[in-house]
Design a protein around this ligand. Sequence first.
Ligand code: G6P
Length: 472
Amino acid sequence: MEFNTLSRLIVISNRVQPPGAASSGAQGGLSVALAAALREYTGFWFGWSGESTEQFTGHINFERDDGVTTATIDLEDQDIEEYYNGYANRTLWPLFHDRVDLAEYERGFAGGYQRVNERFAETLRPLVEPDDAIWVQDYHLFPLGSELRKLGCENRIGLFLHIPWPARRVLSSLPMAEELVSTLFAYDVIGFHTDEWRDSFTEYVTQQLGAVLNDEGDISLGGRTIRAITCPIGIDTKEFVAMSQSETAKLSYRQMRESANNREMIVGVDRLDYSKGLEERFLGYERFLVEHPEERKEVFLLQIAPPSRETVETYQNIRTALEGLSGRINGAYADIDWVPIRYVNQGYRRDVLAGIYRAAKIGLVTPLRDGMNLVAKEYVAAQDPEDPGVLILSRFAGAAIQLKDAVLINPYSAEEMADAIASALRMDKPERIRRWRLLMDSVEKEDVVWWRQTFVDALMTDDRSDDSVDIA
Ligand code: G6P
């Protein structure tokens, strides 16, 4: 069954940031990608405003900005604590990033998560028209599809997971995991960034829940059939390339080069999150300084790490740890005219960042586990084609599957990271250009437009046999 190409697309995510927020530097890669996807469709982007209210009323605030309509609701403090800070970021986030040691299991979190998903469904339901396609984003909203079905929604509903899907053994440590994962069968299509995570999902639902995988790759459970697809997200490459040539980017490039004072710059840009491998990055860089004393004053690391989820204790801990580590390394190696690490805790506008990326000889992206990592792609897109820098990328980022021509490393090995930095600094121009061209081909081909089209096509095209399309 082909869906009417004029049907509206409703995108739902926990956080909704109007496109205008880009100018403040507040936007993450995901919200930039969603805004770009929505500009192509009629419809709207629904989610939490980021604000709190004393009493949840279901009032929806509609706004239109740069071709995108947003519809946002405020949540109560208790909702934010249990659903966002609690179940989403203290339970699911660590668990899905293989940090069972950091995952917290509290019934109150699970209850708040369910309540907010019901609130999302009840508020959204009256806005949904029969032909709309609904596209839910990420781990905050797993039960939303099932809540919408309970309210009689028979629309096509898809889910995209932007974080890894953990191994079955890891997920089994989550209380009520089976119940939570079963609700995902309310969706029609579920998207993952890599085959590994899609396969891990399939393994869990077939082995643990008894779902049946058919020859076409569709999965059935309890009268519902879903399709799990791999569809890695990209950046708005054309826009980012243009941004890297803007006046603002040129100015930030020049300022960065001047302040580098003929030294080579290594750059890292990450939300301050324990999944990003920032401690390992600092230690790998320190190892490089130890093993290459002759390079010490020839290079520096600029680490930009805006704080994230600040009320969650594990995020406070990583911040404290990084302050200690950067202080210790700077104390041990700095000289009166050189500091090895410039550690900055604020965010920058994307056009300013584009100039900074271009000024860096090395982009250092070392997550221990990461759904995709769009910084790696932005670093590639910002380079000067005639004299590009080198991307050093963790094997454990989803992006490593596409960006095979980066210098791929194991972030747990300080030695490997130190060697990679040394060889990237020595890499000759023809080799840098050769690698960059291959990386850029991927960033251009599988961009955000391709991602959105691939997912929405899968969502809107129902080629399953009729008896399997049983909307419960
Ligand atoms: C990750 C998640 C996104 C989230 C973003 C920023 O990329 O996959 O869903 O929006 O981090 O995190 P925050 O908690 O600030 O929304």
